[in-house]
Design a binder for this molecule. Structure first.
Ligand code: ADP
Ligand code: MG
Length: 231
Protein backbone atom coordinates (compact mmCIF):
# COMPACT_ATOMS: atom_id res chain seq x y z
CA UNK A 1 0.00 0.00 0.00
CA UNK A 2 2.81 2.25 -1.06
CA UNK A 3 0.80 5.01 -2.68
CA UNK A 4 -1.44 5.48 0.36
CA UNK A 5 1.56 5.74 2.69
CA UNK A 6 3.13 8.29 0.36
CA UNK A 7 -0.01 10.45 0.10
CA UNK A 8 -0.47 10.51 3.88
CA UNK A 9 3.20 11.23 4.57
CA UNK A 10 3.20 14.09 2.07
CA UNK A 11 0.02 15.66 3.51
CA UNK A 12 1.41 15.49 7.04
CA UNK A 13 4.69 17.02 5.89
CA UNK A 14 2.73 19.90 4.38
CA UNK A 15 0.69 20.13 7.57
CA UNK A 16 -2.56 19.33 5.74
CA UNK A 17 -5.18 17.44 7.73
CA UNK A 18 -7.84 17.16 5.02
CA UNK A 19 -6.82 15.06 2.09
CA UNK A 20 -8.02 16.25 -1.30
CA UNK A 21 -10.74 14.17 -2.97
CA UNK A 22 -8.16 13.06 -5.56
CA UNK A 23 -5.89 11.80 -2.77
CA UNK A 24 -8.70 10.12 -0.82
CA UNK A 25 -9.97 8.39 -3.95
CA UNK A 26 -6.49 7.24 -4.93
CA UNK A 27 -6.17 5.63 -1.50
CA UNK A 28 -9.62 4.03 -1.90
CA UNK A 29 -8.63 2.64 -5.30
CA UNK A 30 -5.49 1.12 -3.81
CA UNK A 31 -7.72 -0.69 -1.30
CA UNK A 32 -10.06 -1.89 -4.07
CA UNK A 33 -12.91 0.38 -2.99
CA UNK A 34 -14.74 1.27 -6.22
CA UNK A 35 -14.98 5.02 -6.93
CA UNK A 36 -16.23 7.04 -9.90
CA UNK A 37 -13.55 7.41 -12.59
CA UNK A 38 -11.76 10.73 -12.11
CA UNK A 39 -8.95 12.97 -13.34
CA UNK A 40 -7.75 16.37 -12.20
CA UNK A 41 -7.95 19.31 -14.63
CA UNK A 42 -5.91 22.48 -14.19
CA UNK A 43 -7.89 24.63 -16.62
CA UNK A 44 -11.11 24.55 -18.63
CA UNK A 45 -9.45 23.32 -21.84
CA UNK A 46 -7.97 20.37 -19.99
CA UNK A 47 -11.34 19.73 -18.29
CA UNK A 48 -13.14 19.51 -21.64
CA UNK A 49 -10.48 17.16 -23.00
CA UNK A 50 -10.66 14.86 -19.95
CA UNK A 51 -14.48 14.88 -20.08
CA UNK A 52 -14.26 13.62 -23.67
CA UNK A 53 -11.98 10.79 -22.54
CA UNK A 54 -14.19 9.81 -19.59
CA UNK A 55 -17.43 10.09 -21.59
CA UNK A 56 -20.47 12.31 -21.03
CA UNK A 57 -22.25 13.14 -18.82
CA UNK A 58 -19.61 14.18 -16.29
CA UNK A 59 -19.43 15.88 -12.90
CA UNK A 60 -17.05 18.72 -12.03
CA UNK A 61 -15.89 19.37 -8.47
CA UNK A 62 -13.61 21.92 -6.88
CA UNK A 63 -10.32 20.58 -5.51
CA UNK A 64 -9.05 22.85 -2.75
CA UNK A 65 -7.40 22.24 0.62
CA UNK A 66 -9.56 25.11 1.93
CA UNK A 67 -12.93 23.66 0.91
CA UNK A 68 -14.34 20.68 2.79
CA UNK A 69 -18.04 20.71 1.89
CA UNK A 70 -17.87 21.27 -1.83
CA UNK A 71 -21.55 21.63 -2.71
CA UNK A 72 -22.06 24.20 0.06
CA UNK A 73 -19.94 26.67 -1.92
CA UNK A 74 -21.25 25.86 -5.40
CA UNK A 75 -18.23 23.66 -5.98
CA UNK A 76 -20.06 20.69 -7.54
CA UNK A 77 -21.78 20.69 -10.94
CA UNK A 78 -23.60 17.58 -12.10
CA UNK A 79 -24.77 16.12 -15.39
CA UNK A 80 -22.61 18.11 -17.83
CA UNK A 81 -23.47 16.80 -21.27
CA UNK A 82 -20.89 18.27 -23.65
CA UNK A 83 -17.57 20.16 -23.84
CA UNK A 84 -19.29 23.54 -23.91
CA UNK A 85 -21.13 22.80 -20.66
CA UNK A 86 -17.89 21.56 -19.08
CA UNK A 87 -15.98 24.74 -20.01
CA UNK A 88 -18.76 26.93 -18.62
CA UNK A 89 -19.06 24.83 -15.44
CA UNK A 90 -15.31 25.07 -14.82
CA UNK A 91 -15.44 28.87 -14.86
CA UNK A 92 -18.63 28.92 -12.79
CA UNK A 93 -17.12 26.69 -10.08
CA UNK A 94 -14.01 28.85 -9.75
CA UNK A 95 -16.20 31.95 -9.57
CA UNK A 96 -18.51 30.41 -6.92
CA UNK A 97 -15.59 29.32 -4.78
CA UNK A 98 -13.80 32.65 -5.00
CA UNK A 99 -17.01 34.45 -4.10
CA UNK A 100 -17.37 32.29 -1.04
CA UNK A 101 -13.76 32.27 0.07
CA UNK A 102 -11.54 34.73 -1.73
CA UNK A 103 -8.24 33.31 -0.48
CA UNK A 104 -9.11 29.66 -1.19
CA UNK A 105 -6.21 27.88 -2.83
CA UNK A 106 -7.45 26.11 -5.95
CA UNK A 107 -5.55 22.96 -6.98
CA UNK A 108 -7.85 22.40 -9.95
CA UNK A 109 -11.19 20.86 -10.80
CA UNK A 110 -11.91 17.16 -10.66
CA UNK A 111 -13.65 15.77 -13.72
CA UNK A 112 -15.46 12.55 -13.03
CA UNK A 113 -17.82 10.05 -14.48
CA UNK A 114 -21.46 10.81 -13.61
CA UNK A 115 -22.88 7.62 -12.20
CA UNK A 116 -26.68 7.01 -12.25
CA UNK A 117 -28.44 7.81 -8.99
CA UNK A 118 -29.51 4.83 -6.94
CA UNK A 119 -29.89 3.74 -3.32
CA UNK A 120 -27.28 5.70 -1.36
CA UNK A 121 -25.36 4.30 1.59
CA UNK A 122 -22.60 5.72 3.74
CA UNK A 123 -19.53 3.94 5.00
CA UNK A 124 -17.45 5.83 7.51
CA UNK A 125 -14.68 5.35 10.03
CA UNK A 126 -13.58 7.29 13.06
CA UNK A 127 -10.64 6.73 15.34
CA UNK A 128 -12.04 6.30 18.81
CA UNK A 129 -9.55 7.42 21.49
CA UNK A 130 -10.27 4.25 23.44
CA UNK A 131 -11.14 1.59 20.85
CA UNK A 132 -9.14 2.80 17.87
CA UNK A 133 -10.45 2.63 14.29
CA UNK A 134 -14.22 2.11 14.32
CA UNK A 135 -16.45 1.57 11.29
CA UNK A 136 -19.85 3.07 10.62
CA UNK A 137 -22.60 2.08 8.19
CA UNK A 138 -25.94 3.61 7.29
CA UNK A 139 -28.22 4.53 4.41
CA UNK A 140 -27.65 7.94 2.85
CA UNK A 141 -29.50 11.21 3.26
CA UNK A 142 -32.22 11.46 5.92
CA UNK A 143 -31.45 8.04 7.38
CA UNK A 144 -28.08 9.15 8.68
CA UNK A 145 -28.61 12.88 9.02
CA UNK A 146 -32.04 12.99 10.64
CA UNK A 147 -32.92 9.51 11.86
CA UNK A 148 -29.34 8.65 12.98
CA UNK A 149 -30.01 5.14 11.74
CA UNK A 150 -26.39 3.97 11.85
CA UNK A 151 -24.40 1.06 13.19
CA UNK A 152 -20.82 0.79 14.46
CA UNK A 153 -18.16 -1.92 14.83
CA UNK A 154 -14.63 -1.74 16.14
CA UNK A 155 -12.12 -2.51 13.36
CA UNK A 156 -10.89 -4.88 12.13
CA UNK A 157 -14.15 -6.55 11.14
CA UNK A 158 -14.70 -9.91 9.44
CA UNK A 159 -17.22 -10.82 6.75
CA UNK A 160 -19.91 -11.88 9.25
CA UNK A 161 -19.62 -8.61 11.13
CA UNK A 162 -19.85 -6.64 7.88
CA UNK A 163 -23.09 -8.48 7.01
CA UNK A 164 -24.46 -7.87 10.50
CA UNK A 165 -23.78 -4.15 10.16
CA UNK A 166 -25.81 -3.98 6.97
CA UNK A 167 -28.73 -6.01 8.34
CA UNK A 168 -28.78 -4.12 11.63
CA UNK A 169 -29.91 -0.72 10.37
CA UNK A 170 -33.64 -0.06 10.45
CA UNK A 171 -33.61 0.95 6.79
CA UNK A 172 -32.24 -2.49 5.76
CA UNK A 173 -35.54 -3.51 4.06
CA UNK A 174 -34.89 -0.74 1.51
CA UNK A 175 -31.77 -2.60 0.40
CA UNK A 176 -33.73 -5.81 -0.09
CA UNK A 177 -35.86 -4.17 -2.75
CA UNK A 178 -39.39 -2.85 -2.60
CA UNK A 179 -42.24 -1.91 -4.97
CA UNK A 180 -40.43 -2.45 -8.21
CA UNK A 181 -37.08 -1.20 -6.89
CA UNK A 182 -34.65 -4.09 -7.40
CA UNK A 183 -32.58 -5.39 -4.46
CA UNK A 184 -29.23 -3.68 -3.90
CA UNK A 185 -25.95 -5.60 -4.18
CA UNK A 186 -25.27 -6.05 -0.45
CA UNK A 187 -22.19 -8.18 -1.18
CA UNK A 188 -20.63 -5.14 -2.85
CA UNK A 189 -21.23 -3.22 0.40
CA UNK A 190 -19.72 -6.08 2.43
CA UNK A 191 -16.58 -5.81 0.30
CA UNK A 192 -16.40 -2.05 0.76
CA UNK A 193 -16.75 -2.44 4.54
CA UNK A 194 -13.99 -5.08 4.66
CA UNK A 195 -11.67 -3.01 2.47
CA UNK A 196 -12.36 0.12 4.53
CA UNK A 197 -11.55 -1.87 7.66
CA UNK A 198 -8.19 -2.85 6.17
CA UNK A 199 -7.58 0.70 4.98
CA UNK A 200 -8.03 2.29 8.43
CA UNK A 201 -6.14 -0.48 10.24
CA UNK A 202 -3.11 -0.05 7.97
CA UNK A 203 -3.20 3.76 8.04
CA UNK A 204 -3.55 4.64 11.68
CA UNK A 205 -3.04 8.37 11.01
CA UNK A 206 -6.63 8.51 9.74
CA UNK A 207 -8.91 10.24 12.21
CA UNK A 208 -12.03 10.24 10.03
CA UNK A 209 -13.02 8.67 6.75
CA UNK A 210 -16.28 9.24 4.90
CA UNK A 211 -17.55 7.58 1.77
CA UNK A 212 -20.67 9.68 1.39
CA UNK A 213 -22.53 8.76 -0.68
CA UNK A 214 -21.91 5.33 -2.16
CA UNK A 215 -24.38 4.50 -4.94
CA UNK A 216 -25.47 0.88 -4.68
CA UNK A 217 -26.79 -0.87 -7.77
CA UNK A 218 -28.32 -4.25 -8.52
CA UNK A 219 -24.80 -5.22 -9.40
CA UNK A 220 -21.92 -3.35 -7.83
CA UNK A 221 -21.52 -0.10 -5.91
CA UNK A 222 -19.48 3.06 -6.36
CA UNK A 223 -18.36 5.80 -3.98
CA UNK A 224 -18.91 9.22 -5.56
CA UNK A 225 -17.30 11.19 -2.74
CA UNK A 226 -14.44 10.34 -0.39
CA UNK A 227 -13.19 12.42 2.51
CA UNK A 228 -10.24 11.58 4.74
CA UNK A 229 -9.12 13.59 7.75
CA UNK A 230 -5.80 12.91 9.45
CA UNK A 231 -4.90 13.25 13.13
P1 ADP B 1 -19.77 17.38 -0.95
O1 ADP B 1 -18.36 17.79 -0.63
O2 ADP B 1 -20.68 18.54 -0.97
O3 ADP B 1 -20.23 16.27 -0.05
P2 ADP B 1 -20.07 15.44 -3.15
O4 ADP B 1 -18.88 15.01 -3.91
O5 ADP B 1 -20.62 14.46 -2.18
O6 ADP B 1 -19.73 16.85 -2.46
O7 ADP B 1 -21.19 15.84 -4.20
C1 ADP B 1 -22.48 16.27 -3.79
C2 ADP B 1 -23.57 15.36 -4.33
O8 ADP B 1 -23.54 15.32 -5.75
C3 ADP B 1 -23.44 13.89 -3.90
O9 ADP B 1 -24.03 13.66 -2.65
C4 ADP B 1 -24.12 13.15 -5.03
O10 ADP B 1 -25.54 13.11 -4.83
C5 ADP B 1 -23.83 14.01 -6.23
N1 ADP B 1 -22.64 13.50 -6.97
C6 ADP B 1 -21.36 13.85 -6.73
N2 ADP B 1 -20.52 13.21 -7.56
C7 ADP B 1 -21.28 12.44 -8.36
C8 ADP B 1 -20.99 11.53 -9.44
N3 ADP B 1 -19.75 11.30 -9.87
N4 ADP B 1 -22.04 10.91 -10.03
C9 ADP B 1 -23.30 11.13 -9.61
N5 ADP B 1 -23.64 11.96 -8.61
C10 ADP B 1 -22.66 12.62 -7.98
MG1 MG C 1 -20.38 14.17 -0.11
Amino acid sequence: MKQSRQIIAEALKENRKHLLETEAKTICTEYKIPVTRFKLAKNEVEAAKIAGEIGFPVVLKIVSPDIIHKSDVGGVMLNLKNKKEVTAAYKQIIENVKKHKKAAKVVGVLVQEMTPSSTEVIVGAIKDPQFGPTLMFGLGGIFVEILKDVTFRIAPINEDEAREMIMEVKAYPLLKGYRGVPPADTEAIVNILLNTSRLVMENQEIKELDLNPIMVYEKGAKAVDARIILE
